[in-house]
Design a binder for this molecule. Structure first.
Ligand SMILES: *Cc1c(COP(=O)(O)O)cnc(C)c1O
Length: 400
């Protein structure tokens, strides 16, 4: 017999009970099945900001060697020693100030578990990366969400004011996911100067490897040296390094004592052996990562130009007339379609194009599309035009 749902709910912590579901999107296999797409039809998987060019070939070699060795019976190294040494050497951050996670999502959760109690205040922006909201709520914290400017960029003044009020913890995404905007060097200096020492400052740099190609993007580790107060910079192997499926992220913290606190709540073997081997192999082939990042940035700019050309009067893309494109320094674009994005994203699936429609109130006209290969991006644009042309007039009228 099943447990009654009411009983389960009454047993659960209220903070857990009330959490929204994470919007992880549909897997390619599910899309194929649901829309009857043949195995030959290429899918454009543009919903999760993955690297379409994949990881270094060295990763495959190392995993093949591991598979042949058959050595899976031992627990992994709980300290990720080899990877720790490599990242310490590459970043100049002392090994004891590094912490590793099963993806950097894992580290977001550990930070909330260590620092947040019911009633604590957490600051971040809107639209938010889902877990910057979900994990604080899980701990019973109160969220303050800052709005974007009209130009879909960070409101630096609002950030400085809100940081100066001393939230317990602040998630500063740089660049923002889903928007793609970034704080430049001058803005970041102001943010850091505004933040009191008792605020735990979390800089989420999941797209660092893309953003750092911008001339004004801050090397935040240099700026943070002057800060007295706890901070941590989070990066990941999931995006530019092409290892989303293996789950490795890392944090560079102000103090070894901060890492020691995270270690208390960290599940000891949170990064599995295959993932550690793969991340190390990827790290040692930075040239591969840099080449794929450079390609992606060029393709992003090409996609912006293509979309902008389509909204010019007299062009075939009349259906895109209301389109706004947020400036992005990452491997995705955030588009305001000017009318509800949910049905558009749904219709794109039937064309084999998977994107992420935004569901947060106030942003339901927006969707986020990752930069894919040239073919993926072209398929997205063509499918988008068709889908928008097919949407019945009343849907257009409603939004105006
Ligand atoms: C993708 C992403 C992450 C982390 O992803 P992991 O796969 O867990 O490393 C963290 N923060 C933001 C803003 C992201 O977009």
């Amino acid at each position: 017999m099943n447990t009654s749902p009411d009983l389960l709910m009454s047993l659960a912590r209220p903070q857990a009970r009330g959490l929204p579901d994470y919007n992880a999107g549909l897997s390619p296999a599910t899309v194929r099945q649901r829309y009857g797409l043949s195995p030959e039809q290429p899918l454009a998987c543009l919903a999760s900001n993955e690297n379409p060019f994949g990881a270094s070939l060295a990763v495959g070699r190392v995993l093949a060697e591991l598979a042949l060795s058959g050595e899976f019976s031992r627990y992994p190294d709980a300290r990720c020693s080899a990877l720790r040494a490599a990242i310490a050497a590459g970043t100049g951050v002392a090994p004891e100030r590094l912490v590793f996670g099963n993806g950097s999502e894992d580290l977001l959760k550990l930070l909330c578990e260590v620092f947040l109690q019911p009633g604590d205040r957490v600051l971040t922006q809107r639209p938010a990366f889902g877990l910057h909201e979900i994990y604080p709520r899980m701990m019973g914290a109160e969220l303050e969400l800052l709005e974007l400017t009209e130009a879909m960029t960070f409101d630096v003044d609002a950030w400085c004011t809100a940081l100066a009020r001393g939230p317990k913890l602040a998630f500063v995404p740089n660049p923002s996911n889903p928007v793609g905007c970034a704080f430049d060097q001058a803005a970041m200096k102001r943010l850091l100067a505004a933040t009191p020492a008792h605020t735990v400052l979390v800089l989420d740099e999941a797209y660092y490897e893309y953003a750092r190609l911008e001339p004004d993007y801050p090397e935040v580790l240099d700026l943070l040296r002057a800060r007295s107060g706890p901070w941590i910079v989070l990066r990941t192997f999931s995006k530019a390094w092409g290892l989303a499926g293996l789950r490795v992220g890392y944090g560079m913290a102000s103090d070894a004592a901060l890492v020691a606190l995270l270690d208390k709540v960290r599940s000891p073997f949170n990064v599995n052996h295959a993932a550690q081997c793969a991340a190390l192999a990827a790290w040692n082939d930075a040239a591969h990562m840099q080449a794929s990042v450079a390609r992606t940035v060029l393709l992003r700019e090409a996609l912006v130009v293509r979309l902008q050309a389509l909204v010019q009067p007299g062009r075939p893309g009349q259906a895109l007339a209301g389109l706004r494109i947020a400036p992005s320094v990452a491997n995705f674009l955030f588009l305001d379609l000017g009318h509800p994005s949910g049905p558009v994203a749904e219709a794109l699936l039937a064309h084999g194009v998977i994107v992420k429609p935004w569901k947060e109130p106030g942003f339901t006209h927006c969707l986020r599309v990752s930069i894919g290969t040239e073919d993926d991006n072209l398929r997205f644009v063509q499918a988008l035009l068709q889908v928008l042309d097919d949407i019945p007039e009343p849907a257009h009228a409603q939004v105006a």
